[in-house]
Design a protein around this ligand. Sequence first.
Ligand SMILES: C[S@@+](CC[C@H](N)C(=O)[O-])C[C@H]1O[C@@H](n2cnc3c(N)ncnc32)[C@H](O)[C@@H]1O
Length: 187
Amino acid sequence: MRDDPADPYTNGTSSYWHLSGPSPELLEALDAGWLRPDMRVLDLGCGLATESAYLRERGFTVVGIDQSEAALHQARMLHPEIEVIADDVRDLPFEPASFDYLLDRGCFHYLASVDRPAYAREAAHVLRSGGELLLRACLHAHGIRNDITQDSIRELFADWRVLMLEQRSIPSDTRTMEALVVRLAKG
Ligand SMILES: C[S@@+](CC[C@H](N)C(=O)[O-])C[C@H]1O[C@@H](n2cnc3c(N)ncnc32)[C@H](O)[C@@H]1O
């Protein structure tokens, strides 16, 4: 595999967001019972599959998807038991209603605004009716404010039920990030 210098997993940028353990919002979802081990989960923009691996250890069936070959190469070394797929969240390679729960720790906000409707459409396509999406959308990338607000989230996911939409300070291994934590139900 060739290193792509623009890939955050080869140029070191990934250290900004990487968290070695499960995220606070994932732990909250498990504690609250929003996520249960009988669910089939898709980890959107799984990166090194840290969240996927945590869920898999707890009996979940998890699939990770990410566009970064470098990330997935590392994910397969770290967690060979996890199924990870190299593909684009804007065009998901799954049948309709294949998943009960979608998890996104930090992928959505990397998309350009123009691409976010495709993300919402694809998420709705692969999620069963009544299934949920737990989304963390960071408010800054590379120190620059993202064009993400509570209103833009509500507008984009207008067909979904908003179960939670809160701004929080969330730790990574190297910093604390301001983000919207969003819990959405399909239909
Ligand atoms: C902030 S990182 C988070 C990674 C992982 N969820 C974590 O918490 O460590 C965002 C991830 O989204 C992936 N990503 C960005 N745009 C994507 C796209 N269009 N399709 C698939 N993955 C994408 C990146 O490669 C990166 O791994």
